[in-house]
Design a protein around this ligand. Structure first.
Ligand code: AOF
Ligand code: ZN
Length: 367
């Protein structure tokens, strides 16, 4: 069990880690705090892909105070010469006395830091049995490394009574400005944003990352799942094709002329098999993995989200709930099956957070 003190500092390190969102992936977000007695003497996080790791930033920040301190890190210090030197050797060199880390490094090359530190006589604790302090800080990194599959998150916005629209096919704006900005921040941490063809038709979204004080290092690719490839190319998505790639995953019945039309408009098109009339979602995720997309977020529609849940392919849910009640005649978010937030297969991660009138709750699929 973690004692309160260790928990407090690891919680703080986890907060620091997510400041790297949008700038470090496919590397993990990592935070590090150096503590002496009850005093924090240094802090840092991995800020930029290819640049210093969290431990190096924190020890540089602490300067001579690093000597004899305890390092709290959300990830096991790396033990390899990558784009930077091994953090294990660095912590030994600067004289850290003890290391507490939350999650083991799943990478074959980078692993082994804990062992190396122990060999050098440093007291080491970790991994700790608390998902939210370690793997939960950057679940996509651990999931994709462990399973070699694309990590899929869902974003849904619902009314207080779990409805998504007043009437079928008509977009109902549910969330306010602050929640929408938060969606852009969440988007910035993913390799891709997925929507179904109906959502593209109904909402005409850009699916780009905007309205943030930083630009994502790699703007997420935009992925449309369409059974027949019949997409409007006079849309905001195709109009902004220079901003980030568009990948269309089209069902096997898509005609050659539709494929050519989409390719001429600048899209990458991949054809997958269908299950009934619907695109095979397992194969769709495989295509995303082969394209190098380690993490994607599906933003609509609810039908696609439901299909992903029915196949148990989703790992995380970002649920925005508004204060509005749409009433019994409105469209329910899922037509059948248990809602993830009412099912014991899903676990709430952290506390609810308010964005203006709206509330964000994160749920993780328990594995
Ligand atoms: C740490 N601290 O802050 C991070 C770690 O190519 P490099 O040198 O940037 O190394 C990337 C790998 O190092 C990455 O895949 C992961 O295993 C680990 N990331 N390790 O000790 C950090 N970001
Ligand atoms: Zn490192």
């Amino acid at each position: 069990m973690l004692d309160e003190r260790d928990k407090k500092w690891l919680t703080y390190a986890a907060k620091l880690a997510i400041k790297g969102r949008g700038r470090v992936h496919p590397n993990p977000m990592v935070g590090c705090v150096l503590v002496k007695g009850n005093r924090m003497v240094g802090e840092g996080w991995h800020q930029e892909y290819g640049s210093n790791h969290a431990e190096v930033v924190a020890t540089t920040n602490a300067q001579a105070d690093a000597i004899g301190s305890t390092a709290y890190v959300t990830l096991e210090p790396c033990n390899h010469e990558g784009k930077t030197g091994p953090c294990s050797e660095h912590l030994i060199k600067v004289g850290v006395k003890k290391v507490v880390f939350a999650a083991s490094d799943p990478g074959v090359a980078a692993a082994g830091g804990a062992k190396r530190l122990k060999e050098a006589g440093i007291e080491v604790r970790g991994p700790v049995d608390d998902f939210s302090l370690g793997e939960g800080v950057d679940p996509a990194f651990f999931y994709s490394a462990r399973y070699e599959r694309t990590y899929l998150a869902l974003k849904l916005a619902v009314s207080k009574d779990d409805k998504i629209a007043e009437t079928v096919g008509v977009r109902t704006f549910l969330t306010g400005e602050q929640a929408n900005t938060e969606v852009h921040r969440i988007r910035s941490g993913f390799d891709g944003i997925v929507v179904g063809a109906n959502t593209l038709r109904a909402d005409d979204p850009f699916l780009t990352v905007r309205e943030l004080p930083y630009e994502p290092r790699l703007p997420p690719a935009r992925i449309v799942i369409s059974s027949d490839g019949d997409l409007c190319i006079q849309s905001n998505l195709f109009g902004s094709i220079g901003r980030s790639p568009v990948l269309v995953i089209a069902g096997e019945t898509t005609s050659a002329s539709s494929i050519n039309r989409l390719r001429s408009a600048g899209a990458i098109v991949e054809v997958v098999k269908c299950v009934g009339k619907r695109v095979d979602l397992v194969e769709s995720l495989q295509v995303m993995w082969e394209k190098g997309l380690k993490s994607v977020m599906c933003e609509g529609g609810a039908e696609l989200a439901q299909a992903f849940c029915a196949l148990d392919l989703a790992q995380r849910l970002y649920l925005f709930r508004t204060g509005r009640i749409l009433g019994p005649k409105a469209v329910p978010v899922f037509s059948k099956g248990s809602l993830p937030w009412n099912s014991n297969l899903w676990e709430q991660r952290g506390n609810e957070v308010n964005f203006g009138e709206d509330v964000l709750t994160i749920y993780d699929r328990e594995r």
